[in-house]
Design a protein around this ligand. Structure first.
Ligand code: NAD
Ligand code: UGA
Length: 471
């Protein structure tokens, strides 16, 4: 029986391995992690991440051909294929700080693999890494290899959170990069045979190592660039009276452009878009391509501008001060159907409002008070380290309360901001909310999900992204 071990039981390692175990009953899959709390959660009824459909998949395979363990070395030494899906945060210190990827966790995983391995292995880069990382990993592995043959493959993951299980069941493509030697090609075939158990062959793309590594950074950069493009248009729409939903619909109808990823928003968030673009920018700079670096940098700048613009709109609409005013924040996760808050635009918006002395009452159906307090007090990029290694904040943020429903959050508030597009926010009783708010009652919809006309009729002053403004 083929044995797979995945180092890193996070948002990628957990769901991907659970799906491999489900689709390949002939493969034994072990997911290992240095975080005891995470592994305990994977072995419990409350999984460490919220992802629609994940519970069912895990329940079907756990205890059969899927296991979660902290015994990293044992499972790595027994495996034929080792996936590495550990954190690759943005460096906060030293050369490339604020841009380059910090490969500390990757390197320590590679050194451990080299130390414990007694038989030939395929090592698969699942984490998103800078192009040419495989070269460094190869050096680390072969330097200590004691005659053992390691083949490195790049198999970047394209799942999106909130839809991870359906993305994994039915991927647009699976990308496998490897060395163009006979051994490299054989390793590619071995991994291709795993995916071929449920993915059609024409969706499994095989390339050289560097193309696979770079394609992942490029795909995220292209996706984020579409959002910054439409968000830049949203600013122009507000200035001219055009409606960004109508503009993006018209633009997306062009089959060469397509309709997806054109929703204007308060800004993109999530653990990867910003990190991966900063990484791309750094690689361009290191390769003497400042014009290319500046082009991609602009995608991040527009995203930051969009978040700042949203905060400024709130403050200026509310008579230039939110000092002492209660503002309800509906939604804190970076998108709906996930409890993940990494780089969520809600952090910057809340910090902006707190900076102007607002009192926030926050509600998100999947994010708890501890997480929100951590997010609001943590330094930039510190979130992207294994949970037990994250620096604890010395003080909690005052002027923030976290509540468990939208009606409590909005009671006596002067304004409400929608920062995540949870379906339940479209179904709220806005008349009841209006009746319980201070007047004039403001709505700032950072996701364009409310029925603007209906809310205006109730009496709200409504601000949506990229829509004609109230006078
Ligand atoms: P994560 O933080 O959820 O999980 C990483 C896990 O690795 C953590 O549980 C950590 O404890 C563990 N870990 C770190 N070093 C370790 C070591 N030496 N030995 C054992 N375990 C170790 O991160 P994630 O969201 O799963 O992302 C992992 C990688 O996948 C990143 O490179 C990311 O860019 C990429 N990626 C993420 C997504 C996504 O949707 N989150 C999608 C595609 C790619
Ligand atoms: C993204 C990519 O979609 C995945 O393919 C990739 O694997 C992953 O990053 C990764 O490498 O981590 P994810 O961040 O989970 O996935 O979620 P997305 O659906 O891409 O949304 C990212 C952010 O963009 C969210 O804040 C979302 O609200 C925002 N967004 C998305 C918009 O503002 N407008 C849109 O039209 C689409």
């Amino acid at each position: 029986m083929v044995k797979i071990c995945c180092i890193g039981a996070g948002y990628v390692g957990g769901p991907t391995m659970a799906v491999i175990a489900l689709k390949c009953p002939n493969i034994q899959v072990a997911v290992v992690d240095i975080s005891v709390a995470r592994i305990n959660a994977w072995n419990s009824d409350t999984l460490p991440i919220y992802e629609p459909g994940l519970d069912e998949v895990v329940k079907k395979c756990r205890g059969k051909n899927l296991s979660f363990s902290t015994d990293v070395e044992k499972h790595v030494s027994e495996a034929d294929i080792v996936f590495v899906s550990v954190n690759t945060p943005t460096k906060t210190q030293g050369l490339g700080a604020g841009k380059a990827a910090d490969l500390t966790y990757w390197e320590s995983a590679a050194r451990m693999i080299a130390d414990v391995t007694k038989s030939n292995k395929i090592v698969v880069e699942k984490s998103t890494v800078p192009v040419k990382t495989a070269e460094a990993i190869e050096k680390i592995l072969t330097h200590n290899s004691k005659g053992i043959n390691f083949q490195i493959l790049s198999n970047p993951e394209f799942l999106a959170e909130g839809t991870a299980i359906s993305d994994l069941f039915n991927p647009d493509r699976v990308l496998i990069g490897g060395r163009e030697t006979p051994e490299g090609k054989k390793a590619i075939e071995t991994l291709r045979d795993v995916y071929a158990q449920w993915v059609p062959m024409d969706r499994i793309l095989c390339t050289n190592l560097w193309s696979a590594e770079l394609s992942k950074l490029a795909a995220n950069a292209f996706l984020a660039q579409r959002i910054s493009s439409v968000n830049s248009m949203s600013a122009l729409c507000e200035a001219t009276g055009a409606d960004v939903s109508q503009v993006s619909h018209a633009v997306g109808k062009d089959t060469r452009i397509g309709p997806k990823f054109l929703n204007a928003s308060v800004g993109f968030g999530g653990s990867c878009f910003q990190k991966d673009i900063l990484n791309l920018v750094y690689i361009c700079e290191c390769n003497g391509l400042p014009e290319v670096a500046n082009y991609w940098k602009q995608v991040i700048k527009v995203n930051d501008y969009q978040k700042t613009r949203f905060v400024n709109r709130i403050v200026s609409s509310m008579f230039n001060t939110v000092s002492g005013k209660k503002i309800a924040i509906l939604g804190f996760a970076f998108k709906k159907d996930t409890g993940d808050t990494r780089e969520t635009p809600a952090i910057d918006v809340c910090k902006g409002l707190i900076g102007d002395k607002a009192k926030l009452s926050i509600y998100d159906p999947q994010v708890n008070q501890d997480q929100i307090q951590r997010d609001l007090s943590m330094k930039k990029f510190d979130w992207d380290h294994p949970v037990h290694l994250q620096p604890m904040s010395p003080t909690s943020v005052t002027d923030v309360s976290v509540v468990w429903d939208a009606y409590t959050a909005t009671k006596d508030a002067h304004g409400l901001c929608i920062l995540t597009e949870w379906d339940e926010f479209t179904k709220l009783d806005y008349q009841k909310i209006f009746d319980n708010m201070q007047k004039p009652a403001f709505v700032f919809d950072g996701r364009n999900i409310v029925d603007v006309e209906k809310l205006k009729k109730i009496g709200f002053i409504v601000y949506s992204i990229g829509k004609p403004l109230d006078d």
